[in-house]
Design a protein around this ligand. Structure first.
Ligand code: ATP
Length: 857
């Protein structure tokens, strides 16, 4: 449909809508008709496909084939049991993958964007996915356009369409119909498209297409999905491939040796293939997703919403946290502390009999008042309006006599804003902004007074106050062109106000915690150098002689190399533009730092995207910044970032513990079966035993490790390098030696029983291997601390998992039905006691390893 060529009246008819918006009933009917306003994921698997996929693993197919052959040739019961275990395993795999997917979906829903919709004239916030054609939406700077729209009213609205058209400049939009012709998307000036974003101004628009009917939907197939594998998963996948080859070689050797020793060929085939299936850790990447997704859920409870899963994994590696000041380190509750009026003797400058500074404070702002009498707007402006209001300067009264006729809105690069007011004497221009940046806009006559004014401003800033200046001039009429040059020049400074924004109580504590954890907090602010320094000192960010503070202007003057030479020492950046944040991120990254960066505005998006962890503000952030981020702070609070880092470290630790546990268990099974022939022993375990251990012992307690509470030193050790090999730092050695020990205790009990002609030797060996793994999982719950120190009961899911595993193992040993199936025998009390005693060797050995670590490292 050529919406851009139609007059608004026709559009209203076609959509059956009006500028008042739809009513809720019609909207919900239309939602049923058109479906959700979302881009469908073409590649999404159905649950059945997900289940079937569990059987596509090469080794599983080989195992099924071998089991079938062995069934045809001999032991049918074995085949049935193996197939049953494979199906149960596939079910578990499916449930895990399904849960991982659901957890990911839940995460995505948590960060779903919203839109401001007019329903019967009332603006209400709705999930963007509920929009329907005919809806009227309100847009403002920072919004992502949620559907394809036709503009109805525009107020200096500019849109960045680069995601759709590749054009990098912002397009100014209009509401009028276009003349007949052929227009490319980029030329349809009265249209807006889903996925593009508003950089300036505001507008009202009709939704004309939603979901897959939008231009974005049409090209959805071409859009690259975000990478799903996290860095750790990619490494695990690559490592898994290499490990599979090694395991396949070992299993082949085991098969050949067994065969040469005269073991039944079919049994050897099943045993070695089952061992390969059990030992190849193909499920690790999915389990990492689960651990990360559950971690993300816990993070959300602590007010940190994860948008990109890898962030959970890498949070613990952060070495620099570059944070905004206002609202993040401070409360964003401004109150004016003092004002200073500049006395003008020049009669031209005496504007009103009433206080001119308070008049300017009352008029120059976008603050409004709601029905309950509450001030709404930017906290800086609310503070100023409130101050004047308390001195009897009422906004609604003054605005009646001096209405606003034009404006140059605030932007964080100019750091000022201007309003133009119609008065009986002509047009009154009021500019408010950072005083140091107003100096260049002053009239020549006043420039000589600048040093004296600056000294007064600095005295206020030194106390940590944000100082805002007011300047003004008269114009006979509104100029044709309203821009910075015509309006913000030849002004007269009339005074300034200093306001305080107290630091957050918890931020100070969080800064200290950061430092202890080897993370350097850096403040980035649009505020004055002295204001920033004073606050940074109060918070403990700026303390030593070596700490540096840099202004935006100084930063621009530095070459890349000069900047990189000092970047690691800078603790405060003042009067910076959002664009400069990217330069800071890049310089730190060039120095091999792992950078978290906060941001809230449209211009912060590039820095957020490029930071290792881009953090957007949930309360005061624009949608564009949220879209560019990896994580959103629901409470805009610096302390939450530090909490998230702590959680991130814990989650990563637990994933490592999980990997360590699984791999050591696999290593134990391989050692036991591999070494047996060399010691002149028969193969200790049957195929079904191996598969059982893989299903039960490896699975449940391993998963419970993910719920392990954090280590006591979690925030007193340096950040882990994201490039560090996870098997470094002793993990590989642990896997080998503890696995070896598990294998030898299994073989030890086997040899001992055989020596005494005990026919229960296989059940004992099977149970020792199973219980040794239980002991191991308990011992590795902490990397360094003794289990008795962290408390046997401090991980309840683990206790449950252990109990269940022990019950299941006893069921296999003591029930006649399972005795036949698993070829086990009931152990006597004496045998069971010996088995438990031998199984505890691994637990004791790992506790000893930790004791040695505590003593010598
Ligand atoms: P921070 O960067 O510390 O988080 P911020 O985001 O509030 O703070 P900006 O909004 O970029 O920083 O403001 C930078 C400067 O612009 C302020 O120090 C102040 O001098 C000026 N300023 C802020 N708000 C306004 C406003 N509404 N009108 C005019 N000037 C303003």
């Amino acid at each position: 449909m050529n919406w851009h060529l139609l007059p608004l009246s026709e559009i209203e008819q076609l959509l059956n809508s009006s500028p008042k918006g739809l009513d809720s009933f019609t909207a919900s009917e239309l939602l049923l008709e058109y479906g959700k306003n979302q881009i469908e994921d073409q590649k999404k698997k159905t649950p059945f496909q997900m289940f079937l996929q569990q059987f596509t693993d090469f080794m599983i197919i080989v195992l099924i084939a071998a089991a079938l052959i062995s069934g045809i040739l001999g032991d049918l019961i074995d085949t049935i049991i193996i197939l049953a275990i494979i199906i149960i395993n596939a079910l578990i795999g499916f449930i895990q993958e399904f849960r991982a997917e659901k957890a990911m979906e839940a995460l995505q829903n948590m960060v779903a964007s919203t839109a401001l919709v007019l329903r019967e004239e009332n603006p209400i916030e709705k999930p963007a996915s509920d929009l329907v054609p005919g809806d009227v939406i309100l847009l403002e700077a920072g919004n992502i356009i949620p559907a394809d729209i036709r503009f109805l009213e525009t107020y200096q609205i500019k849109v960045d369409e680069s995601t759709l058209t590749g054009e990098s400049h912002n397009v100014e939009k209009i509401a009028e119909k276009l003349t007949e012709g052929d227009y490319s998307l980029g030329d349809r000036l009265n249209m807006g498209f889903k996925g593009t974003f508003v950089t300036n101004g505001r507008a009202l628009a009709y939704v004309v297409a939603t979901g897959m009917n939008t231009e974005l939907g049409r090209i959805a197939k071409m859009i690259q999905k975000d990478e799903t594998a996290t860095p750790l998963q990619k490494r695990l996948i690559a490592f898994g491939k290499r490990l599979s080859i090694v395991i396949l070689i070992i299993c082949t050797v085991i098969f050949i040796i067994g065969w040469l020793r005269g073991e039944a060929i079919l049994i050897m085939l099943l045993t070695s293939i089952s061992l390969a299936v059990a030992a190849i850790p193909e499920a690790l990447p999915t389990l990492v997703t689960i651990a990360l997704a559950f971690g993300a859920r816990r993070l959300a409870k602590s007010n940190a919403l994860i948008r990109k899963l890898p962030a959970v994994e890498t949070l613990g590696s952060v070495t620099y946290i570059c944070t905004d000041k206002t609202g993040t380190l401070t409360l964003n509750k401004m109150t004016v502390q003092e004002t200073h009026e500049i006395q003008h003797t020049d009669s031209n400058s005496i504007f009103f009999p009433a206080n001119i500074l308070l008049t300017a404070m009352t008029l120059n702002n976008d603050v409004s008042i709601d029905k309950k009498g509450k001030w709404l707007g930017d906290s800086t402006e609310v503070a100023l309006v409130q101050y004047a209001h308390d001195k009897n300067f009422k906004k609604n009264e003054l605005e009646k006599t001096m209405p606003r006729v034009a404006e140059l809105p605030f932007d964080s690069t100019r750091k000022c804003m201007t309003t133009l007011h119609q008065t009986g004497q002509g047009i009154l221009v009021i500019t408010k902004g950072a005083v140091d940046l107003l100096f260049s806009k002053l009239d020549e006559k006043q420039k000589k007074d600048i040093p004296e004014i600056e000294a007064k401003v600095n005295a206020m800033a030194d106390k940590g106050y944000r100082v805002l200046g007011y300047a003004m001039k008269w114009l006979p009429s509104i100029p044709e062109k309203i821009n910075m040059d015509t309006i913000e020049s030849s002004l007269t400074l009339i005074g300034f106000a200093g306001m305080i924004d107290p630091p957050r109580e918890e931020a100070k504590q969080a800064v200290a915690e950061c430092k202890q954890a080897g993370i350097i907090p850096v403040m980035i602010t649009g505020d004055h150098k002295l204001t920033a320094k004073a606050i940074a000192k109060q918070l403990g960010i700026f303390i030593s002689e070596e700490d540096l503070i840099l202004s935006g202007a100084e930063l621009s003057a530095l070459s890349e190399t000069q900047f990189e030479n000092i970047v690691e020492k800078i603790r405060v950046y003042a009067r910076v533009n959002p664009e400069q944040k990217l330069k800071i991120v890049k310089a730190l990254q060039d120095k091999n730092q792992f950078v978290a960066m906060t941001g809230d505005g449209v211009n912060d998006a590039p820095a957020l995207k490029n930071a290792d962890i881009g953090i957007a503000m949930g309360i005061n952030g624009t949608e564009v910044s949220k879209e560019a981020s990896h994580m959103i702070l629901l409470d805009d609070n610096f302390a939450t970032i530090v909490k998230a880092v702590k959680h991130g470290r814990r989650i990563f630790d637990n994933i490592l513990k999980f990997i360590k546990y699984t791999m050591t268990s696999n290593s134990g099974e391989i050692w036991a079966i591999f070494l047996a022939p060399f010691l002149g022993l028969p193969i200790p375990l049957l195929a079904i035993h191996i598969l059982w251990i893989n299903l039960v012992t490896d699975g449940l307690p391993g998963l419970a490790l993910v719920s392990e509470p954090s280590e006591s030193n979690i925030m007193s050790r340096p950040p882990r390098s994201p490039k560090e090999n996870i098997f470094a730092g002793g993990m590989a050695i642990h896997i080998l030696w503890v696995g070896f020990l598990m294998g030898t205790v299994t073989l030890g009990i086997q040899a001992w029983s055989i020596h005494y002609n005990n026919s229960h030797w296989q059940t004992m060996a099977f149970t020792v291997l199973c219980l040794s793994q239980m002991g191991h999982v308990m011992a590795i719950r902490s990397e360094r601390e003794s289990i008795f120190k962290i408390g046997l009961l401090s991980n309840t899911p683990m206790l449950g998992a252990l109990l269940l595993t022990v019950i299941l193992q006893m069921m296999i040993i003591y029930t006649p039905f399972f005795n036949t199936i698993f070829k086990t025998q009931p152990l006597t009390l004496y045998e069971l006691t010996i088995t438990i005693a031998v199984s505890s060797i691994v637990f004791c050995a790992v506790e000893l390893e930790k004791w040695a670590k505590r003593k010598w490292k």
